[in-house]
Design a binder for this molecule. Structure first.
Ligand SMILES: Nc1ncnc2c1ncn2[C@@H]1O[C@H](COP(=O)(O)OP(=O)(O)O)[C@@H](O)[C@H]1O
Ligand SMILES: [Mg+2]
Length: 365
């Protein structure tokens, strides 16, 4: 009998999206084909300890605070990926230290195949300022924006305010360049709201991105999302739409139990709009050198008198929410790829990418 592939499912992590990762991982662990794969659960606690097997799955049902960490279960981090003897790692990790290229660097050093984007794609997809530059270079439409450092803001707020108001019109969105789940993001309606928003974003990152609000005063943009799958020849799913139940798609609207922000799949669009958005999603994926999977998010300005509908790229997520009912798997479900098959495809893509990379010569000889 052929030896089963050993798949390390890595989850938890030190980011603010630890809990989201546990939910995604629980779904993957439930759905993955155990006849085909030998599954090795690996958890990273909020404090950064690595646990495996039963100690790891305990994290799915126990809070990190109540979990007593058996010393023997704590794997030496740097040696961990190699010591686990897995063939492929599926990092079901969102946000800082999971989706930003750092852990991908560890897999590269250990020479292990892994699901998703590499170091560069992950880092670019996590950083809204860099991502925007790559989108711009690829000719992709975006709402007007500027990037500032928190040092600039803290040393001369007056000058920054002037720069912002010269370039953009209220309402504007202020964001930390790195992060996710809308943490640290504010919608700013006027000058009085600007400073608190900048201070908040500055507490989360060194660099800040300030964008013109799509939709304009009192008008919400449509929020459209596309799932992309593949390596060198990525494919795009049908387009889905989120209808946030608040003024914008903030943290509560994303995760609160009382939120009624439901996805509409497929989104009501013309065939031409949908075609354009899917092509833009693939271009965005390639602009950031992504691999495996990514969810690409758009903001659409509704048609108003005298102005036609405008579609802007908002952001790319290299490890989007991955529970069986998350947008990414749902979009593929609606495109004819079920959850179990999706996991298979991602593992296959990880192996293909690792093989492709082995063709690279690292020295002259
Ligand atoms: N320029 C903008 N115009 C209108 N709404 C925006 C804009 N930027 C962000 N938003 C709103 O804020 C939400 C979160 O912003 P986003 O850039 O996607 O951050 P995150 O990476 O945290 O998801 C969006 O889904 C949207 O509801
Ligand atoms: Mg977003």
């Amino acid at each position: 009998m052929k030896k089963k592939l050993r798949i390390g499912i890595l989850f938890g992590g030190r980011s603010g999206e630890h809990e989201v990762s546990l939910l995604s991982a629980a779904s993957v662990l439930k759905a993955i084909d155990k006849k085909k794969y030998e599954v090795v659960p690996i958890a990273i606690t909020k404090q950064g300890h690595w646990l495996r097997d039963d100690h790891a799955t305990a994290l799915l049902t126990t809070t990190p605070e109540t979990l007593s960490l058996a010393a023997s279960a704590d794997i030496e981090v740097a040696a961990a990926p190699a010591a686990l003897g897995v063939d492929v790692i599926f990092p079901v990790l969102h946000g800082t230290f999971g989706e930003d290229g750092t852990i991908q660097g560890l897999f590269e050093l250990a020479d292990i195949a892994y699901v998703g984007s590499g170091v560069l794609g992950s880092a670019a997809g996590m950083d809204k300022a860099i991502m925007k530059q790559l989108f711009h270079a690829a000719g992709l439409p975006q709402t007007p924006y500027i990037a500032l450092t928190r040092t600039q803001w803290r040393t001369d707020a007056k000058r920054c305010t002037k720069t912002i108001e010269q370039a953009l019109q209220y309402p504007i969105f202020v964001k930390p360049a790195n992060l996710g789940s809308s943490v640290g993001i504010s919608k700013v309606h006027n000058r009085a709201e600007l400073a608190p928003a900048m201070d908040l974003a500055a507490s989360f990152d060194r660099r800040l991105v300030i964008e013109q609000g799509v939709g304009g005063p009192g008008v919400k943009p449509r929020e459209l999302e596309v799932a992309v799958l593949g390596n060198e020849t990525p494919e795009a799913s049908v387009v889905g739409e989120i209808v946030p139940d608040r003024e914008f798609y903030d943290y509560d609207s994303k995760y609160s139990a009382t939120s009624t922000s439901d996805p509409v799949i497929p989104a009501a669009l013309t065939a031409a709009e949908s075609k354009q958005i899917r092509a833009m999603a693939i271009a965005a994926f390639q602009a950031c050198d992504c691999a495996g999977l990514a969810r690409v998010d758009f903001l659409m300005e509704p048609k108003t008198r005298g102005k036609k509908a405008a579609i802007y790229l908002n952001e790319i997520n290299t490890m989007p929410g991955f529970t069986s009912i998350s947008m990414y798997p749902k979009l593929w479900g609606a495109t004819g790829v079920n959850y179990k098959t999706l996991i298979d495809r991602l593992i296959q893509l990880a192996i293909e990418r690792h093989k492709e990379k082995q063709q690279t010569q690292f020295t002259k000889q």
